[in-house]
Design a binder for this molecule. Structure first.
Ligand code: NAD
Length: 490
């Protein structure tokens, strides 16, 4: 076995979890904290044999797990959520230490949401009754059959939230699962394996294989026994996974990046819009659904910039474990380089820095909240996801122009629109996105559809949409009159 990690006095396994057992590797990789770059320990690297074992275990567990009623599965899943709740503090500490997420956000938002991701979908699955369709010819019984072994791959910016958001409906639907957690933030998924064990989940129902994306992740999604691939991450990775899924003809759900507009109409409440605008720096901007392109009516642009500058200046940057901190670190030195590269190139290209634009004195992996203006629609900084605390500001004169700018990228995840409610709602309806918030930000409901269009993804998760993805829809047709076989019959 690998050496147990001790992070904030919490013991967590570095190993895989396969068929109800911890499984070690012959290779381990270093895991550092983004807070201060200290070494947290070594994590097992998933080799081909580990992926094969995990998929075999999930395949073997599938018949019994899928044969349970939704109510019986709910008993296990409610216990799994309870076990998460018992370890709430440990989950908070682990994700704050390996992903740099605010401890306060973990305890108030993420851990309760992770539990709900399990219990809510377990409950929702009870409503997946056979649906009858009665026609003149036949009774149809439309069923949601579990799909099989599901591969779940998630990114480092919200490993617990995103892992459970997929795991909840996949298991509730009757599938068995193999998760490949993000290599830069793998600890909370390892603790989740302890929860599965304590909850008595049958061996093989949930398997976790740690490792890198290009090797372990690729091996997992390429396994021909995989029936569904649920992926959240970047566009280039999604394109690779989609190719593999295409070759194997496996349904794939892709939740990808964003470059969402934040529109401020002339009739917006400027201060409220600016206060919400500052939330786009949350998690150091490492949030897919943040509105990162500010499109502001020219008549209010100056006042808006000053209001937002006030909020941005007031943000407290520092150690995510401290209760007063509002912005923590960037996950990895490579991401810091990526973020500063985007800013430097934008400035060299003529962008004007309104604030920020440099590393924050708190530490090597902290970057000051940044706003750039004088950027053209076709520039790199406007067209590409930075995934850091970097925003751009453009102005517009008419609604048509705002809509054109808003829709003028390859992305289409979300957006924000501030203005008189009726006016903002009409503009919002014209956005080419999967969702858009009017005079608000971040309101989510587990029964509402979530996902993007264009390069922001394929498919929707949430409510019935999750089950449509994680199930095979089958029509059992029973004729009303005795069936007479005939070649001339249609
Ligand atoms: P990434 O695509 O580099 O990695 C995501 C996951 O995929 C990791 O676990 C990685 O190991 C794995 N992976 C990498 N290559 C793989 C391959 N060839 N086959 C299988 N798996 C592979 O993304 P990231 O940098 O970890 O995360 C940031 C991205 O995630 C951003 O683009 C962000 O917008 C996006 N994101 C989207 C959402 C959403 O819901 N739309 C939510 C959070 C993050």
């Amino acid at each position: 076995m690998g050496k147990l990690l001790s992070v904030a006095d919490i013991s967590v396994s570095p190993d895989h979890y396969i068929d109800g057992q911890r499984v070690s590797s012959t290779r381990y990789f270093d895991l550092h904290s983004p807070i201060d770059q200290r070494l947290l320990g070594q994590i097992a690297e998933g080799l081909d044999e580990h992926v094969d074992q995990a998929v075999s275990a999930a395949k073997a567990a599938f018949p019994a797990w899928s044969a349970l009623s939704a109510a019986d599965r709910k008993v296990f899943l409610d216990r799994l959520a309870e076990e998460i709740g018992k370890r709430a503090d440990a989950f908070c500490q682990l994700e704050s230490n390996d992903a740099g997420v605010l401890l306060s956000r973990m305890s108030h938002g993420v851990v309760p949401r992770a539990m709900l991701n399990i219990t809510h979908f377990a409950e929702h699955a009870l409503s997946l009754q056979d649906r009858p369709i009665d026609t003149a010819q036949a009774h149809h019984i439309v069923r949601h059959d579990p799909a099989g072994v599901t591969a779940i791959i998630t990114p480092w910016n919200a490993p617990l939230m995103l892992g459970t958001w997929k795991l909840g409906p996949a298991l509730a639907a009757g599938n068995t699962v193999v998760i490949k957690p993000p290599e830069w933030a793998p600890l909370t998924m390892s603790l989740l394996a302890d929860c599965a064990d304590a909850a008595g989940l049958p061996p093989g129902v949930l398997n976790i294989v740690q490792g890198y994306g290009a090797t372990t992740g690729n091996r997992l999604v390429s396994d021909p026994r995989i029936a569904r691939i649920s992926f959240t991450g970047s566009v280039p990775t999604a394109q690779k996974i989609a190719q593999v899924a295409g070759a194997n003809l496996v349904p794939v759900s892709l939740e990808l990046g964003g470059k969402s507009p934040f529109i401020v109409l002339a009739d917006a409440h400027i201060d409220k819009a600016a206060a919400t605008g500052a939330l786009m720096y949350r998690n150091a901007g490492q949030v897919c659904l943040a509105g990162t392109r500010f499109l502001v009516h020219s008549s209010i642009a100056e006042r808006f910039v000053e209001a937002m500058r006030g909020y941005a200046d007031g943000l407290r940057i520092g150690d995510p474990r401290e209760p007063e901190t509002e912005i923590g670190p960037i996950i990895h030195p490579r991401q810091v380089e990526r973020v500063s590269g985007f800013v430097d190139r934008a400035i060299a290209d003529g962008a004007k820095l309104l604030w920020g634009g440099k590393q924050h004195p708190f530490g090597a992996q902290y970057y000051s909240p940044t706003m750039l203006t004088n950027v053209s629609q076709d520039s790199e900084i406007v067209q590409n996801e930075v995934f850091g605390p970097v925003l751009t500001l453009q102005t517009f004169e008419t609604d048509d122009e705002a809509v054109e700018l808003a829709n003028g990228t390859n992305y289409g995840l979300g957006g924000v629109c501030y203005g008189d409610e009726g006016h903002a709602t009409e503009v919002a309806k014209r956005m080419e996105t999967g969702f858009i918030w009017v005079n608000s930000f971040g309101i989510r409901d587990l029964d509402a559809p979530f996902g993007g269009i264009k390069h922001s993804g394929i498919g929707r998760e949430g409510g019935d949409w999750s089950f449509e993805f994680f199930c095979n829809i089958k029509d059992v047709v029973v004729p009303k009159k005795p069936f007479e076989a005939s070649f001339s019959q249609r």
